[in-house]
Design a binder for this molecule. Sequence first.
Ligand code: ADE
Length: 229
Amino acid sequence: MKIAIMGAMVEEIKPLLEYMQDIKSFEIANNIYYKAKYKEIETVIAYSKIGKVFASLSASVMIEHFKAQKLLFSGVAGAINSSLKIGDLIAATKLCQHDLDITAFGHPYGYVPEGKVYVESDKELLSLAKKVAKKKGIELKEGIIATGDQFIADSSKKEWIKKVFNADAIEMEGAAVGVVCDAFDVPFFVLRAISDAADMDAGFDFDKFLESSSKVSADFIISMLDEMV
Ligand code: ADE
């Protein structure tokens, strides 16, 4: 079983690499991929760079080139649901692209023909995550994650995304990874720890909490691997 673990930024995968053994790096299509072992589990780890295009490219490489059979995403997100505070963990039940808009042709936001508004996370990985959370006494929230090629630092934009997609958190890669995994029939799981509230303070908070929240997410992913060994 080979498991892909992805982040978008180096800060998101650095804490994961610290747990790994036998790390070998490979450069493909302008990105570095790390083959590594965690106990008996073969992994491939990479940060894609920010945004949906880079995330799709990395997920595709991990599946097609490295033959990953499951994909776990670890990183940070902005909170939309006011119950989510900095450092809280949210696992996506389903994800959507909030910036996909061909409403001019009568379609709903987030939809293009032959696609779907929401892509669903793998149920087994979600229940594994819930089991891990329970065992470790960690609070893991579940909810809808909205993805788009925009860093949201504006309360009215955030409210619009909440209203249209019923989203709980926002980031810039998850749905893209989900669409790729869905197309290749690879089970996927997107985990995010909150770094900011997607409001006027978001840029400042993001810089301040990127590292600590990335570590919260990475540590949880490692606990999931422990459960898979
Ligand atoms: N990732 C973390 N915070 C974010 C925000 N406010 N908007 C988009 N992506 C994010």
